[in-house]
Design a protein around this ligand. Sequence first.
Ligand code: BDP
Length: 695
Amino acid sequence: DDGYELWLKYTRIADPTVAATYRRQLQGWRVVSEGATAEVVRTELRRALPGLFGKAIPEAAGGVNHQLVIGTSQSPLLASLHNKVAGLAADGFVITHTRIQGKESIAIVSATETGMLYGVFHFLRLLQTGQPLAEVSSAPKTKVRILNHWDNLDRTVERGYAGFSLWDWHKLPDYLDPRYTDYARANASIGINGAVLTNVNANALVLTPMYLEKVRALADVFRPYGIKVYLTARFSAPIELGNLPTADPLNKEVRTWWQDKIREIYTYIPDFGGFTVKANSEGQPGPQNYGRTHADGANMLAEALQPYHGIVMWRAFVYDHQVPEDRTRQAYNEFKPLDGKFLPNVMVQVKNGPLDFQPREPFHPLFGAMPSTALLPEFQLTQEYLGFATHLFYQAPLFKECLDADTYARGKGSPVSNVIDGTLDQHTLTGMAGVANIGNDRNWCGHPLAQANWYAFGRLAWDHQLSPSTVADEWIRMTLHQDAAVVQTIRAMLLATRETTVRYMTPLGLHHIMGWNHHYGPAPWIKDKERADWTSVYYHRADAQGIGFDRSSRGSNALGQYHPPVQALYNDLQQCPESYLLWFHHVPWNHTMRSGRTLWNELCYTYQQGVDSVASMQTQWKTLHGKVDGALHTQVTSLLAIQYQEATWWRDACLLYFQQFSKQPLPTGVPKPARTLEDYQRLEFPYAPGIRPKW
Ligand code: BDP
């Protein structure tokens, strides 16, 4: 098993009773709609059903008793089901038991072709996971369910750990790698309906005709799967491509340049989705270069896209080292005053936390602070700060922690999920963005189990109420094994990985103490770089008294950006949940923790627990020898061994470093590090993967 088939393996249903029950209900099948998507459905069923049942299920164009009938509600045969789907959100579907032309039938029906495809993939998921074929009515809770590929035109992937970019720009548009289709199938199977093809640190070349031809070829492959393409717009493109002296968003020629460019793009791709823009952040050009606001910049593009129904996803990931301000406060400072100033086809894209994809961060204070703006949350599936593709880290619990967090924006019960699904402030433009962890590695995501994060992202973007455990269960059954005991072991492993990693990397609210630039491994000693907020000492603030960043009302008051009940939860050192302690407080080394230990001892034990939990994962995985695929077992065994070594490295390097300040011994049970602090500090990784080229 090389992982290529993802969760669309369609292996034979192992339980004969379950298979026989399905077979009785599925004597034949037919798709009663026509068009490219209907053809995709047929192809998928021709692939899936023989796999699942060990033999083909007949295509019965004329109809048979106990048949599966698939189509849109416009199809005359399914018109009577119109009412069932009419009230559903776009691309919702129904799976229902009914009689069609007098024949017992299961119908999969949607108002749209894409919804029909989603219904079919859902139906296949029921078969793959052994669920009863009961009535289902399902509709996506968000509209724009989109992957952001940080892929460069030279095929390197910024923060990518799974090989090179899937997009083979050189061979496009003439050679269409079959992987493009498999990518589209995988996305459609979990409801993802958009792909931003290019890096947020954008190259304007992608907007030139030569590349637009290539983008068109990809868009044509993706279209029958309900996937739109989007691009990143480099704000200075009018200068670089249009030879204009400025990119000022209020300048007439600049505005005309973008209007013309956008008109041109739509001649290539009539259903082009729109732009993602990173502006005035980490050296990228933007409207502030001309004294204009983010709203001025976003609205200029939005106005030009509006006639074609395109959207702008304008990123709120901005910070400026010349502003003497806690970096985590800056996005809110800049964007909150702009609430209500964005055109309706603009979404402000906000990272899940206020810093940068750390193993644990509180939710971003902009959620709940911009009621008049459509907010698009951004999660990072690629594991930039999470041990790259070597560490097993199932991210659904991290996504959920953010989605479930209560913003109190409209009193208790105002979770981030209801901000972003539009129900809290009545928005119709809603969505969820994930920075893809996909590359051209045969198994797509580098670590053979990291596909679970791609899967979980899609499922939660569709329905944020699903639990991480349910999603893990589905993925394991479809991808790895159907046996209940095996599923249970792997699920337990996956669910524990988030806390485990937090413990061995950044326990108790620590953050951003990774290696400089590449973010590989521990480096709490990083200091004296060109920007303070690119150093570790800026974030952990360890000194003789204690450790942690005081963001309470006595410190930077980043906490003041949240609604009062959230402030009340974290502001008091004694009350603050310990998982966020050092995020919000500078805490004395001898502070008594809830366990009764001192902070120093707790820190040591927590690092140790992280290491021990990796060891337990190794033991759990060992029990699966001979049960899961042999090659896969060996590969994961090796990766877990690396994760164990690296967890140990994290513990030892961090504790030796912090010990210089605490001046206390390691408590019993925490072994003496194998190397000296200087040894760890000397380690260099000039070719660590995924680095951003021009830092
Ligand atoms: C940071 C990455 C950097 C990205 C940036 C972003 O280190 O490579 O360009 O985020 O999101 O996490 O724009």
